[in-house]
Design a protein around this ligand. Structure first.
Ligand code: ZN
Length: 398
């Protein structure tokens, strides 16, 4: 099910793409065009009912799909355009650029601008499937362009090119702000944060948490429980970001020994836990650790050359999967893709279905940054998945 919705994968690996194209007898452009209509069917446009599908080929030979996403109850700028979806999808698979793009409708101005962030964007060959038009270079769609060449050094790594922003957590237990159900609150230790994850108290006593938040900031490094084991989060980057690993199962195996030896509890096959409360808290802390590491990793891959405010978000689903997304910035600012939008792209492109399945989210962004996503993402999550908790880690170096 990874990377697909039903039988339509959001990524076709290079070897398989080449096999399918040869079997079809089509040119590359025509083969990509043939994939656009089934891609459109995957779009989620409950507001406009206008489905858009985009299919792109990378230099690796892999094919990527993108669809438009719309979110009722939210401002339209939360929408994800098909070309943006495709680029985020390609970025999450390590693709370095795009060579061909086939789309069901002419790229809108927003997308023509967003695509400027790709290396060699002007040469990307674009085919609009429903117009019977010839393939044209993207530079034909956006002459007199404004983009990274106006603002960045030539050698600066662009959107799909590898980067490492070098962020790390200042402390082993950075301050977390906990924002459930419309109220800002904070907790002063990992122990408390883990407790929040284990039950629905965040939905019931958010006013009290809000009250605590006033001084939680300064006391964040005090009062940590000594009974819980600590781990080096930065070194444990794993492959949690694309849902390919089952976090619940991993933690179950990792923690079985710890939990049983420390608490006399045991981990059950259905991921439930028998033991005292500490055992459950330990499990939940590890879950949060995994989310924090995944979000930090996404923030370190974030493309934010204009604001210098990288960020990343990871989400945890009812199936125990973790997905993450990196903030992707546009020189024109507004077409930028938020870390939540990028994480949702990962969720959907790996077979995610219902947004309500997203139950926890962790955002990593710098404290005091001139571009911050926390409040907007909290509002968005309240609409998209009302039961989802949001934890923010902003105690970062540098
Ligand atoms: Zn668009």
């Amino acid at each position: 099910m990874e990377g697909q919705a039903g039988n339509t994968p959001f990524v076709i690996e290079a070897e398989e793409a080449d096999r399918q194209r040869r079997a079809s007898g089509l040119t590359i452009q025509s083969f990509l065009a043939s994939l656009v209509e089934p891609t459109r069917a995957l779009a989620r446009p409950p507001i406009s009912a206008f489905r858009v599908g985009a299919v792109g080929l990378g230099p690796s030979g892999c094919i990527y799909r993108g669809v438009n996403l719309e979110f009722p109850g939210l401002p339209l700028h939360h929408s994800v355009h098909a070309e943006q979806f495709l680029v985020a999808n390609a970025a999450q698979r390590g693709e370095k650029s795009l060579t061909y793009l086939a789309v069901s409708a002419a790229p809108c101005g927003h997308c023509r601008q967003f695509l400027q962030e790709l290396r060699g964007s002007g040469e990307v060959q674009v085919l609009i499937v429903d117009s019977h038009a010839e393939t044209q270079a993207l530079s034909q769609f956006l002459p007199h362009r404004f983009g990274p060449h106006d603002l960045l050094e030539d050698e600066f790594p662009l959107m799909l090119e590898p980067r490492e922003n070098g962020l790390c957590f200042k402390s082993h237990n950075p301050l977390a702000y906990f924002l459930p159900s419309g109220h800002l609150a904070s907790k002063s230790s990992a122990y408390d944060i883990a407790s929040c994850l284990t039950n629905d108290s965040h939905n019931n006593d958010s006013k009290d948490q809000n009250k605590d938040s006033k001084d939680g900031n300064k006391d964040s490094k005090e009062g940590l429980p000594s009974s819980l084991p600590r781990r080096d989060l930065v070194s444990d980057c794993g492959q949690f970001c694309d849902g390919s690993l089952d976090a619940n199962n991993i933690m179950k195996h990792e923690l079985s020994a710890d939990v049983t030896s420390q608490n006399g509890g045991s981990v059950q096959e259905d991921n439930s836990f028998v033991g005292d409360l500490d055992a459950q808290e330990l499990i939940e802390e590890r879950k949060l650790d995994s989310l924090r590491v995944s979000a930090l990793r996404a923030a370190n891959s974030s493309y934010a050359p204009y604001s210098h405010c990288p960020s990343g978000l990871s989400i945890f689903t009812t199936e125990g999967k973790i997905f993450s997304g990196s903030y992707l910035e546009s020189a024109a600012f507004n077409p930028s893709l938020s870390p939540l939008q990028a994480a949702i792209v990962s969720f959907i492109s790996h077979g995610g279905d219902h947004y309500e399945d997203i139950v926890h989210a962790v955002l990593v962004e710098r404290d005091g940054a001139s571009v911050q996503h926390a409040e907007t993402i909290r509002l968005a999550l309240d609409k998209i998945s009302p039961g989802c908790s949001l934890h923010i880690y902003n105690d970062l170096l540098p």
